[in-house]
Design a protein around this ligand. Structure first.
Ligand code: HEM
Length: 337
């Protein structure tokens, strides 16, 4: 039977709507209220910098492109940095602050990279249009450009995020690290206003980039105290990982097949029991997420389109406190005096 793109989109739409409205699908889910974090699309504007800093997007793109040319591993790191920013107090650049006890100092943040590049972009923008472009907008745009440079989709970004003045390590501990259950992931995403479809689609960012072996070693020998490896790893892939991951500090690609290309191979790997993080592989065994991962695995235009949509949703998560008391920082790693 030939499945058309339209019917796939309908399936995904149905899944995302029913997952958030059908109580039977939400059986064990606690649905958090969205009092603190919500989507403020109306507060953002596509034309904000048109007159005040018309070259902002060009400056950001060229910097990201030049850095990626020198070090291609920086692209995926920017996308992850953006996710970690938006996951705590909304997209307010709170992850970039480097005072003691800030989000950046939390354990979950220790392998985050890309800070110097954002600081460099900011320094250049301050010369061209002082106190105009927020660090949160810079990070959002840099993540989009990194996606494009890896072969992924382009999307338009509305601007106007403020930079927050508060950043607390203890709040960053809520960001998933790769050992959570699907229910925990769904709950975390829901608490940010993102649904099951967004979870599966955004996890597809793991089609590029890498992890330290520390995140996977627990799956390789004594999984959950069984003295055996995680049974959901393909045996050949397991051998490869055991050889590759002798040291926790070693790096391994999240997508073992096409690690540098933004494509649907990540989802195809899940079918072959080659998901690297346990949270990746679980997407293919849970009935709430598997049909979506399956559909994405053979329809790359669907992945590209939906990735853009979900990234815009991610980037529009704003915390009203960060926004009301926010500012345009002059340096991204510290609040203004
Ligand atoms: C669903 C929950 C998620 C979990 C549990 C998770 C977990 C992780 C972990 C453990 C790493 C490797 C960290 C390290 O050791 O260096 C990682 C890397 C990465 N994550 Fe996620 N992540 C999630 C969602 C996302 C989302 C929503 C995005 C972006 C939209 C994203 C983008 C990335 C990228 C691009 C990398 C590679 C970073 C690099 O190469 O430097 N992740 N993620």
């Amino acid at each position: 039977m030939k499945i058309t793109l339209l019917s796939l989109v309908s399936i995904l739409f149905f899944l995302s709507v029913s997952a958030s409205s059908n109580p039977s699908l939400l059986h064990s889910l606690k649905v958090p209220s969205l009092t603190d974090t919500t989507h403020f699309e109306d507060e953002l504007s596509y034309s904000l910098y048109r007159h005040s800093c018309s070259h902002a997007e060009g400056i950001i793109y060229r910097k990201v492109r030049d850095w990626v040319k020198k070090d291609p591993t920086i692209g995926p790191s920017l996308i992850r940095l953006h996710f970690h920013d938006c996951a705590v107090r909304g997209c307010d650049a709170s992850i970039l602050l480097d005072h003691s006890g800030s989000e950046k100092s939390a354990n979950v943040s220790k392998s985050l990279r890309g800070f110097e590049l954002i600081n460099e972009i900011k320094a250049e923008l301050e010369k061209k249009c002082p106190k105009t472009v927020s660090c949160a907008d810079i990070l959002t745009t840099a993540a989009r450009d990194a996606t494009v440079l890896a072969g992924g989709p382009f999307w338009m970004i509305p601007f106007g995020r403020k930079d927050g003045r508060v950043s607390l390590a203890k709040e960053a501990t809520a960001v998933p690290m790769g050992r959570e259950s699907i229910t925990q992931l769904i709950e975390f995403f829901q608490s940010k206003g993102l649904n099951v479809l967004d979870l599966v689609v955004l996890s597809g960012a793991h089609t590029i980039g890498r992890t330290t072996c520390e995140s996977v070693q627990h799956r390789l020998y004594n999984y959950k105290g069984t003295k055996k490896p995680d049974p959901s790893i393909d045996p050949q892939y397991l051998n490869y990982l055991r050889r590759k991951c002798r040291w926790a500090s070693e790096n391994v690609y999240l997508d073992a097949t096409t690690p540098k290309t933004f494509d649907v191979q990540y989802y195809q790997n899940l079918k072959k029991k080659m998901g690297l993080l346990s949270t990746d592989q679980l997407l293919y065994s849970d009935s709430r997420t598997k049909p979506i991962a399956d559909a994405l695995s053979f329809e790359s235009s669907l992945f590209s389109n939906q990735f853009s949509v979900s990234m815009v949703k991610l980037a529009n998560i704003l915390d009203y406190k960060s926004q009301d008391y926010g500012e345009i920082r002059t340096r991204c790693n510290r609040v203004n005096k």
